[in-house]
Design a protein around this ligand. Structure first.
Ligand code: T4K
Length: 415
């Protein structure tokens, strides 16, 4: 492996890219291919492709066992699962959520005519700041949706206290947090309901998919009907419902992934420790730290760049990494409050979100997972090190080349 030692060797300045092919964030975990193919053959034989098939039932049971939650209802994706959880909990009016999250958290509310009220985050945990939440409660508030971002749990206890005190529903968007725990208890057991995503890019995937988990029997029965058009039996409809059903193919992938869960976590953890050891002494960058005393899926490698201390900013580092074919991502820039329709509805909401506004400029997600090996992580870290250690030189060269030929790689969506 050739490690670049000089700034001029960087691909952005004419050197050969560190990688021949693009290194993506979010490459899917597959698990044992044969195991998956056997399940596919089986479901084709049985000719049962959807509508609460055997694999969906098995997956729900496995998830309930793994999380220790009474009920798991599998869904076609995490966004629909959020929408159904919100509707089943009868949220209306205003619901408090972080702005620093994937846009689906906000859209799942707005889609149903409920106003997402954006609250600031704790800059250390990247999750809702409970003090801020309490300050944002109005007579129209009916609920709080905390997001366990990167799989790092929210301050669930304080949020539960606040929701009880103000008689609010509490839902957790646990899209990132399958397999994680809070104070030794698995994520899934908190609030009125929690929502997982099993999208292709997630720790455990079902191609597209998600699930609602809850310990509330009545809520679970309601959700089960709502995800199937509200049907109770063949010709009786109890609620307004939608089609939130997971297919058998998806469940087959989920079950296959679950068989490899421990190995996937082990790879993610190994990658995390490698990034940590190789970047720990680097000034001006900071790796988001997980609590190793808890269960964690280590699915996201989150780097923060301190623009005030280094000569280059996050955008410049990204530009350099992309030129090397390292497609790092700036999740969740620029924050939901700066996206439509929210930015038009509430153009000044950023004033109440100083930590979010600061963080969206600093965060960068690096490739990890079962598709990335140790040698590749070495290379990625060596490039980051070169850029940070020689940031003055890099910035000068970037400014010079941008004057000659402006580039904006980040606006091209690469598939
Ligand atoms: N709440 C939160 C906090 C979430 O993060 C999400 C989803 C949701 C709710 C909603 O859950 P779902 O309805 O999605 O189940 C991706 C995912 O599409 C999205 O599921 C995820 N969060 C979000 C964090 O990341 P993008 O816009 O980054 O997707 P995309 O197409 O750019 O893919 C990311 C990278 O993954 C690419 O560089 C390539 C790679 N990739 C992707 C797919 C789909 C593959 O290598 N193979 C693949 O099949 O949103």
């Amino acid at each position: 492996m050739t490690i670049k030692n000089r700034v001029e060797e960087l691909a952005r300045f004419g050197g050969i890219p560190a990688f021949d092919t693009k290194l993506h964030v979010g490459r899917p975990n597959i698990g044992q291919r044969n195991s998956f193919l056997e399940r596919i053959n089986d479901l084709l034989e049985r000719k049962w492709l959807s509508n609460n098939g055997l694999y969906v039932q098995e997956l729900e049971q496995r998830i309930a066992e793994l999380t220790g939650v009474k009920h798991c209802i599998a869904m076609c994706n995490g966004t629909i699962a959020l929408e159904i959880a919100i509707r089943a909990c009868e949220l209306t009016g205003e619901v408090i959520i972080p702005s620093f999250t994937f846009i689906a958290t906000a859209h799942a509310l707005q889609w149903q005519g409920i106003r997402p009220v954006f609250c600031d985050i704790d800059p250390r945990t990247h999750t809702l700041n409970p003090l801020g939440v309490e300050a944002m409660i109005t007579p129209n508030t009916t609920g709080i949706i905390g997001v366990h971002l990167w799989g790092y749990p929210c301050d669930v206890e304080t949020l539960a206290e606040i929701s009880q005190k103000h008689n609010l529903k509490l839902i957790f968007d646990a899209a990132h947090a399958f397999g994680c725990s809070y104070k030794g208890r698995m994520i899934g057991n908190f609030g009125d309901a929690e929502v997982f995503s099993f999208h292709a890019t997630k720790f455990i995937n079902t191609f597209e998919g998600g699930a609602i988990v809850t310990n509330d029997d009545d809520l679970a029965s309601k959700i089960r009907l709502m995800k199937n058009f509200g049907f109770m039996g063949y010709d009786q409809v109890k609620y307004i419902g939608t089609n939130g059903k997971m297919s058998e193919v998806s469940a087959a992938m989920g079950l296959t992934n679950l068989e490899s869960l421990d190995e996937i976590v082990a790879v993610n953890y190994r990658n995390y420790k490698q990034y940590q050891s190789q970047l720990v002494d680097l000034p001006c960058v900071q790796l988001f730290t997980y609590n190793e005393a808890e269960k964690c899926n280590y699915q996201y490698i989150v780097l923060e760049i301190d623009e005030a201390k280094t000569q280059i900013n996050r955008e410049q580092l990204l530009e350099i990494l992309w030129a090397e074919n390292i497609l790092a991502r700036r999740y969740f820039y620029p924050g939901c409050h700066r996206m439509e329709p929210y930015v038009s509805y509430f153009p000044h909401s950023g004033l109440l979100l100083p930590e979010t506004e600061n963080l969206v400029k600093r965060v960068l997600i690096l490739p990890t997972g079962t598709s990335v090996n140790s040698e590749e992580i070495n290379k990625i870290c060596s490039i980051i090190r070169l850029v940070i250690e020689q940031s003055f030189e890099v910035r000068k060269l970037l400014e010079k080349t941008n004057e000659q030929q402006p580039k904006n790689l980040l606006n091209e969506k690469i598939i």
